[in-house]
Write a protein that binds this ligand. Structure first.
Ligand code: DAH
Length: 341
């Protein structure tokens, strides 16, 4: 019997070696472990084995069964990893000098990352909200604990409209309205286009995208914040990304942090895309300031929360290796056609 088993093991490994696609692995699983499978057949013969040999026989068949199961699982995992590697290698080859092959419309790289991040947060119970691009002073600043004449306003050189309204400078401008709309507990993300009067260079634009997120509930702490940020980044990049968290000041969070990621363009050595620092500020975040919660009608004795402002434009640049932010708004079709999906 053990010779048959040995032969079967050999035959299985030969066939597994040749299999290279998901359906081939599944076919092998059915052939060996299915109801009428070869290994299942050996198990069924148990009754016909002399009682004194049964224990030894059973142990051998079970070992074979486990070996078959784990070998197939290992090959499936290897195939997945290889597929992913190929995908990453393909998306990282962003080269504006390639001729355009566009014959039909395609999604903008920012739309692609936005959708990806939306999916990740939706799977963690966050709703996706839409918000205006033209807002008032209260929502963009006052409700976020940035009163008139607060120096923090200087960091956001704002485009004011003649009627006193303004182009939103950050997605945080939606926090107040969303807190009032849903109350607590609350988990929401809100992507949006933001505007600031910037002198443009490889890493600054006057129009860019952010994705804000807030989570408010009982007992929310910094560990929740770090967990969600880490999960999001490892899902987006599908590999380990070097990040660092350092203190940062934003009037609407306390404590506040800057979450930086190691620059994917230069591998952290320093280049124009990261202002030669090797790091990129990607996702400032913090625990929502009680004044902001109160302005949103949230009971601060019961609830706490975290907020983050993910730089979607920067994320797209890092993910796809886009060196100059200005390519993204350039209207140059060549900068889009490498992302046709
Ligand atoms: N709104 C800030 C900006 O654009 C970014 C930010 C910082 C958002 C901290 C947050 C946060 O939600 O918690 O400069």
């Amino acid at each position: 019997m053990s010779i048959t088993m040995e032969e079967l093991r050999k035959q299985f490994h030969e066939q597994l070696q040749q299999a290279n696609a998901a359906d081939a692995f599944e076919e092998l699983r059915v052939r060996y472990l299915g109801k009428k499978g070869e290994v299942t057949g050996l198990l069924k013969q148990m009754g016909a084995i002399a009682p004194e040999m049964r224990k030894d026989y059973g142990a051998k068949v079970n070992a074979l069964k486990e070996e078959v199961e784990s070998s197939i699982k290992k090959r499936i995992e290897e195939a997945h990893a290889k597929e992913l590697e190929m995908k990453i290698a393909a998306t990282e080859r962003y080269d504006l000098s390639l001729p355009s092959t566009l014959s039909e419309g395609s999604y903008h790289p920012i739309t692609l990352v936005q959708r990806e991040v939306e999916q990740i947060f939706a799977s963690m119970g966050f709703t996706i909200e839409d918000y205006d691009e033209i807002v008032d002073d209260y929502h963009c600043f006052e409700a976020l604990n940035i009163p008139k004449h607060h120096p923090a306003r200087d960091m956001q050189d704002t485009y004011y409209l003649s009627n006193g309204q303004l182009l939103k400078t950050h997605t945080s401008a939606a926090q107040n309205a969303i807190m009032k709309k849903y109350g607590a507990p609350l988990r929401a993300i809100f992507p949006g286009r933001c505007f600031r009067n910037e002198s443009t260079d490889a890493c600054h634009e006057n129009t860019f995208f952010q994705m804000e997120g807030i989570m408010i509930d009982e007992n929310i702490s910094i560990s929740n914040l770090i967990y969600f940020m880490k999960t999001m980044l490892s899902e987006v990049f599908q590999r380990d990304v070097k990040v660092r968290l350092r203190p940062g000041f934003f009037p609407f969070v306390e404590p506040g942090f800057e979450l930086d990621i190691s620059c994917a363009i230069c591998g952290g050595k320093g280049c124009p895309s990261c202002k030669n620092s090797g790091w990129l500020e990607l996702c400032p975040c913090g625990m929502i300031h009680p004044n902001v919660l109160k302005a949103g009608g949230i009971d601060t004795d019961k609830y706490t929360g975290f907020a983050f402002g993910l730089g979607l434009t920067r994320l797209a640049m890092m993910k796809y290796g886009i060196k100059d932010i200005r390519d993204l708004n350039s209207g140059n079709l060549k900068s889009l056609d490498q992302f046709v999906k």
